[in-house]
Design a protein around this ligand. Sequence first.
Ligand SMILES: Cc1cc2nc3c(=O)[nH]c(=O)nc-3n(C[C@H](O)[C@H](O)[C@H](O)COP(=O)(O)O)c2cc1C
Length: 175
Amino acid sequence: MQVNRKALVVYYSRSGTTSRLADVLAGMLPADCEPIRERAGPARREGVRGFARSIADVVWRRRVELEPSWFDVSRYEIVVIGTPVWANCACAPVATWLAEHARQLRHVAFFCSEGSHGSEKAFTQMSQLARISPVATCAVSARDLHTMRDYALLNAFAAKVRRRLAALETIEWTL
Ligand SMILES: Cc1cc2nc3c(=O)[nH]c(=O)nc-3n(C[C@H](O)[C@H](O)[C@H](O)COP(=O)(O)O)c2cc1C
């Protein structure tokens, strides 16, 4: 059943890091939350072959086949989209999801998990695909995870998203 919430967190995760960040964020906002799922299943991304395929997908800007969304994206004021950084880009499932849902998005915020670099380029690419600028962005690196800075980064990011939601609500009332 769809709960009447104003924010939705949508993410892809190959090895679990972005998924953990998404769960924390969904609790902080609060927001509905759903993973982006490839029709081919997670096995396509596993091992050395899966890693090489993932790099090739972003380098060649390949679109992938996705399962339908659980939630009606157009019902949310803000959709928060999370990706792991792949070769300085958003991962192929997130790039595909953005291209497919761009017209349904009112406001967006982006977060990513990365080894060490590439988030800025990934966020630029995501804005281009969504055809709107994000209200906030948040990059969490492996170092942030090891030094336990991730929670503070997510907290600041969630606060920005909540502020924007509150501002949108005020505008709604005054119209
Ligand atoms: C195919 C592939 C490409 C990657 N490219 C980058 C990169 O360009 N920069 C970087 O900092 N990390 C890179 N990484 C590391 C991931 O971004 C990082 O481990 C991330 O936290 C993984 O998220 P996940 O566990 O949600 O899949 C790459 C990982 C994979 C699998």
